[in-house]
Design a protein around this ligand. Structure first.
Ligand code: NAD
Length: 365
């Protein structure tokens, strides 16, 4: 179990890699470097009991390489639970590429990265994540078949983000039903933090249902664009977490529920797309529970994207993808009820179910 998220300063270089707190029985971690293209990447394969590890590649300008390692370890573990709880025959993996995509991303670098993915022989399948586009996956596809999320014109299932947003919307509705007794978002004040690929679609779905949506982003251009397009308000304060609202939807980066923010939250529901929303699941999960804030576990409700890319491997059609994603509503309600009945956190209840499924498969092998 991960017990703590370390900042770069806290990570001690002299500590063994296997002793890093984010290391949680990962099967394999691969460091990839290419001098010519400037590629520095880390592939984390957490668990392959249910199937090949699948998870996107994140390209981000990490402050330190230790931050990148920490991120890939946490993200790949989350993918294991996401696949398991969604009922997919996939393991958990993830990759990070260190650097600002606007500055260093080139087709050569992506191809070189793809060749590293290929060396794993199908143990890890990549896809897009923050800092990646469908076109980047098309480039990776030139050198390896172990990639999903490629363009529809090239036989892929296309951009997974709208499907992810639909799953988050379903999870949000389920959590709203649990908290308020019905799942109507009409009139609910929803704070959407991060209006990128997923956030924008979530804004569309919720505002079309009549929710009072407030958007926040660090990108001013996006704020104006999305606000105009859907007629939603822009948050102009300097402390989003203290804002009075019904629902907080983190759709930017992770760890926004942390020691600084948790006491400020006035919402009744947290349901968003970002991975690893709880900075420390064993501290912030119970604190949310104490505050009676209904937390829809991130890895459960943002599984639409992985369902979409899994479809590429399994050959599912659109209808199957959408009905599996819609089912996130039922799974979320089930987990929220179980957590209440067993007086545990929603996150722990979801992880418990995922771990049981993995253990059952392991016993059969
Ligand atoms: P994206 O890069 O398209 O969008 C992220 C948005 O967040 C950008 O508009 C960015 O400007 C904004 N942002 C960054 N830092 C911010 C901050 N401090 N405050 C407010 N806004 C900030 O990414 P995405 O594909 O929309 O994914 C969003 C989140 O959902 C990520 O955490 C990602 O890992 C997760 N997720 C995405 C998918 C998918 O299918 N795309 C699937 C599962 C999980």
């Amino acid at each position: 179990m991960i017990t703590e998220v370390l900042t770069a300063n806290q990570l001690k270089k002299e500590a063994p890699v296997f002793g890093q707190l984010s290391f949680d029985n990962h099967e394999q971690v691969v460091f990839c470097h290419d001098k010519d293209t400037g590629l520095k990447a880390i592939i984390g394969v957490h668990n392959t009991i249910l199937g090949p590890a699948l998870g996107g590649t994140r390209m981000y300008d990490y402050k330190t390489e230790w931050d990148a390692l920490n991120d890939v370890l946490r993200l790949s573990r989350g993918m294991t639970y996401k696949a398991a709880i969604t009922g997919l025959n996939l393991g958990g993996g993830k990759a990070v590429i260190i650097g600002d995509p606007k500055k260093i991303k080139t087709p050569e670098l992506m191809r070189r990265f793809g060749k590293f993915v290929h060396t794993l022989g199908g143990k890890y399948y990549t896809a897009e994540d923050v800092g990646m586009e469908t076109s980047d996956m098309d480039t990776v596809r030139e050198v390896t078949p172990y990639v999903t999320g490629i363009s529809e014109s090239k036989g892929g299932a296309g951009n997974p983000s709208p499907v992810t947003a639909y799953g988050v919307y379903m999870g949000m509705k389920a959590a709203t039903k649990f908290a308020y007794g019905n799942d109507k978002l009409e009139g609910k004040r929803i704070l959407v933090q991060g209006i990128g690929h997923v956030g924008e679609e979530l804004v569309r779905l919720t505002s079309e249902e009549g929710a009072n949506v407030i958007i926040s982003d660090i990108n001013e251009e996006r704020l104006t664009e999305v606000s105009t397009k859907y007629g939603v308000d822009i948050y102009r304060g300097n402390d989003l977490y203290s804002e009075t609202a019904d629902i907080y939807a983190p759709c930017a980066l992770g760890a926004t529920i942390n020691n600084e923010t948790i006491d400020k939250l006035k919402v009744k529901v947290v349901a968003g797309a970002a991975n690893n929303q709880l900075a420390n699941e064993s501290i912030h999960g119970p604190l949310l529970q104490q505050k009676e804030i209904v937390y829809a576990p991130d890895f459960l409700i943002n599984a639409g994207g992985i369902i979409n890319v899994y479809a590429e491997i399994e050959g599912y059609g659109r209808e199957q993808i959408m009905s599996k994603t819609e089912n996130i509503y039922n799974t979320t309600l089930d987990i929220l009820n179980r957590a209440k009945a067993t007086n545990t956190t929603t996150n722990a209840a979801a992880i418990g179910i995922a771990e049981d499924r993995i253990a059952a498969r392991k016993n059969k092998q």
